[in-house]
Design a protein around this ligand. Structure first.
Ligand SMILES: CC(C)(COP(=O)(O)OP(=O)(O)OC[C@H]1O[C@@H](n2cnc3c(N)ncnc32)[C@H](O)[C@@H]1OP(=O)(O)O)[C@@H](O)C(=O)NCCC(=O)NCCS
Length: 153
């Protein structure tokens, strides 16, 4: 039987496993995207992002950081960006433990709220977020589509 997951801070050595987990979840192999993103999060605050290890293998990750004064919100808040658990390890409370560990760190840094954005199409992500305690926010996400070659695909 596999050992219990160990939760620890993100390290640059975790990039390859995060790329592999993302590929399993989305079917897309995108190393450059993850390398850029992980460098960004490590520079901001390596302890705000967490990974879960089972038998020495990274099986889940949660990228987050702490911000204050953004979007006119004066309070310090934690922001959860990307997260994922390897399909072979889902349903074992690993996502919940990653979240609780990130929140513990955020509280220690003075955060008084945790925020995230989720696409309405991603009902699984929204269900998970509600299960760990998120509720609808009074903040409204707005966007303006730009007619550029990249947007046209
Ligand atoms: C969402 C995700 C992180 C959950 O991880 P997990 O380890 O399986 O979740 P946990 O076992 O910790 O579940 C925690 C709670 O969320 C609930 N939950 C998790 N996934 C759920 C789902 N799809 N629908 C409803 N509830 C869900 C669980 O029932 C549990 O509730 P409980 O503690 O009250 O019983 C994982 O399923 C995942 O990675 N999904 C794909 C994410 C993705 O596509 N990311 C894009 C690439 S970055």
């Amino acid at each position: 039987m596999a050992e219990q997951a160990r939760i620890r801070s993100l390290s640059e050595l975790d990039v390859a496993r995060i790329i592999a987990i993302d590929e399993r979840l989305t079917g897309v192999y995108r190393p450059e995207v993850w390398e850029r993103r992980i460098v960004f999060y490590l520079r901001r605050d390596p302890d705000a992002s967490r990974v879960a290890e089972v038998d020495g293998k990274v099986v889940g990750f949660m990228l987050s950081d702490i911000r204050g004064g953004e979007f006119g919100l004066e309070e310090t808040s934690g922001w959860i960006e990307r997260f994922g658990v390897d399909p072979d390890y889902q349903g074992r409370s690993i996502g919940r433990r990653l979240f609780e560990s990130a929140v513990e760190h955020m509280k220690g840094q003075g955060a008084t709220a945790v925020r995230t954005l989720v696409d309405q199409k991603d009902s699984d992500l929204a269900s998970f977020l509600r299960a760990v305690g998120f509720q609808n926010s009074p903040l409204v996400a707005l966007e303006l589509k730009l007619d550029t070659p990249a947007a046209r695909g």
